[in-house]
Design a protein around this ligand. Structure first.
Ligand code: ADP
Length: 279
């Protein structure tokens, strides 16, 4: 079983003819609402790949929480560790998107920001965490974990060295890799660097372990591709897949997630991935 400790957001996406400059108003956009948050996305991705998954997180005591958790609930993610904060709203990401895919994003973390370390339940088995919760909370989850620890260092932020030292797997994109720099070369575990349409690289202590390229797909919306990759690589390694095979699996899952709009609705099921891989 895999526990994800992470964020839950509702993404409010306004697609318009252009992005506003500071002080400017752009009207005529259309609104879409999607469940999001890196924690929730990764939980759903792992679940759709066949893992037993629980999500530990915080939402508000509001209607947005039901909307944000709807797909997780529908697909059987255990939400007993996902509690409601009576004093804060569910996290919201306000996203403006232009026709060329360029975007502006403002996140109001709400209940995610109020999830204190002392509110964490005991976690047993494999853990996946990201950096959209308070760092102390993530650090405690990692420090007390008793199984495989996967750490997605997104969004990039300073973390205690002990957190990196405990990780069996660290996943970053190119921007995050640049932020952490040489600190990633001393991580004792595996380090995966995602490269968008170019695929991903797997390293250990600065040495290349494997490289993979995703299948050629028509990318519609890469939101959630990174989260799909994190979940997929973790699930594959936990299944005992060899490192190179696990990386190819994760790249394929990331590519499939880029072929449909929205973060969560686009996450692929195991059968689609196996078909794509010719299994
Ligand atoms: P992030 O969204 O975190 O920056 P990336 O853009 O690197 O992450 O994407 C994560 C993974 O998703 C990539 O390693 C790749 O396998 C897949 N992916 C993302 N964009 C595309 C694309 N346009 N075509 C094919 N695969 C993609």
């Amino acid at each position: 079983a895999v526990t994800i400790v992470g964020s839950v957001n509702l993404d409010l996406v306004a697609s318009g003819a252009s992005l506003p400059a500071p002080g400017e108003t752009v009207t005529g956009a259309t609104l879409a609402r999607h469940p999001g948050g890196k924690g929730a996305n990764q939980a759903l991705a792992a679940r759709r790949l066949g893992a037993a998954v629980s999500l530990v997180g915080r939402v508000g005591a509001d209607a947005m929480a039901d909307e944000a958790l709807a797909l997780l609930r529908q697909d059987g993610v255990d939400l007993s560790g996902c509690t409601a904060d009576p004093a804060a709203p569910t996290g919201v990401a306000l996203i403006a998107v232009a026709p060329d895919g360029e975007n502006l994003i403002v996140v109001a973390p709400g209940a995610n920001a109020g999830f204190a370390a002392d509110a964490l339940p005991a976690i047993s088995g494999a853990l996946i965490a990201q950096l959209e919760l308070p760092i102390d909370t993530v650090a405690k989850a990692v420090a007390t974990a008793d199984g495989f620890v996967a750490l997605n260092l997104a969004p990039a932020a300073e973390v205690p060295p002990a957190m990196l030292a405990r990780a069996d797997l660290v996943v970053v994109n190119e921007g995050e890799a640049a932020f952490y720099g040489a600190a990633l070369d001393v991580v004792p575990g595996l380090v995966a660097i995602t490269l968008g349409a170019r695929g991903a690289r797997l390293m250990r202590r600065g040495e290349l372990v494997a490289e993979a390229t995703p299948p050629k797909v028509t990318a519609i919306d890469a939101t959630g591709a990174g989260d799909a990759f994190v979940a997929a690589l973790t699930v594959a390694l936990l299944e005992g897949q060899a490192e190179a095979a696990a990386l190819t699996f994760a790249c394929t899952v990331g590519a499939l997630a880029a072929t449909k709009p929205g973060a969560q609705p686009s996450l692929p099921w195991r059968a689609e991935v196996d078909t794509m891989l010719g299994k």
